[in-house]
Design a protein around this ligand. Sequence first.
Ligand SMILES: [Zn+2]
Length: 317
Amino acid sequence: MSWLGFVLTFPALESAGFGFFWVAMGLFVGSFLNVCIHRFPVEGASVWSPSRSHCPGCDRQLGWRENLPVLSWLMQRGRCLGCAAPIHWRYPVVELIGAAVFYLSWRAAASQGWSFLVLDSIVLAALVVATFVDFERYEIPDQVSIGGMWAAPIVSFLLPALHSSGLVAVALAPGGAVDGVASLSECLAGMALGGGVLYGLGWIGKRASGADAMGFGDVKLMAAGGGLVGVLGTFQALQVAVFAGSLVGVLNILRWYLVVRARQRRRRLPNRGRPQALRTARVLGRYLPFGPYLALGIGIVLLDWKDVIDLLPFGLG
Ligand SMILES: [Zn+2]
């Protein structure tokens, strides 16, 4: 039996043993996601070369013992073995998140077979990269957004089961069985809807406030996500994103308000400082990336996370 044949017939995707293996894979994929988060936003940088990681402090090439996900960071107490430069907590955290999204994909998709397990794992991993880059730099890497806009139609055509219950796909399906063309149509409708809604929101926001309310990266990301989750899934993902984004936005303004108030108190300013503090907090708290919440919505819908989807006011499920 060939290696590929072995992989394709590998028996028990749903077994605990395979789940354990897949989560361990997720840890190593998490290490690779760190490289992507670090290098994607840098013009001209490649994630493949240099292939070995270096310490930015002493430029020493790291050995395999220093590249073990999470473990190396813990054993080295978050410092480089050569120069003792601190290693950012983001590295072990992203590795753990890699393991977590591989676990969630396994829970959600293992029963549907290899193609769904791999698809969900890759898409969630890409969303993790988009999330961290957007938090850090207020931009979404084209490798994820444009890459996703290319991948979504191809995957939809090759894997019609992805849109087996899609509104457009079912309407176009010959005899009720969703084929590649029906699935591709659902994908394109989802892309147009996801990208279109965000483009429209951005246009309205710019009219209303005069500033760029929505980055074009968000439009591209939601177009890609819409192509993967379909028309209905796009509605659901947008609701999750708007709800989570608004909640964090309000908490962020509250946080700045408390910071400003604490500063005023130290300077012993009287209570009329409150409206001033609120105004300052609203300005400081205004700039929040939206990509992470779009990623959250797309991920939840892709995993078909019913506990969350059932809570949506317009679940349409
Ligand atoms: Zn070093």
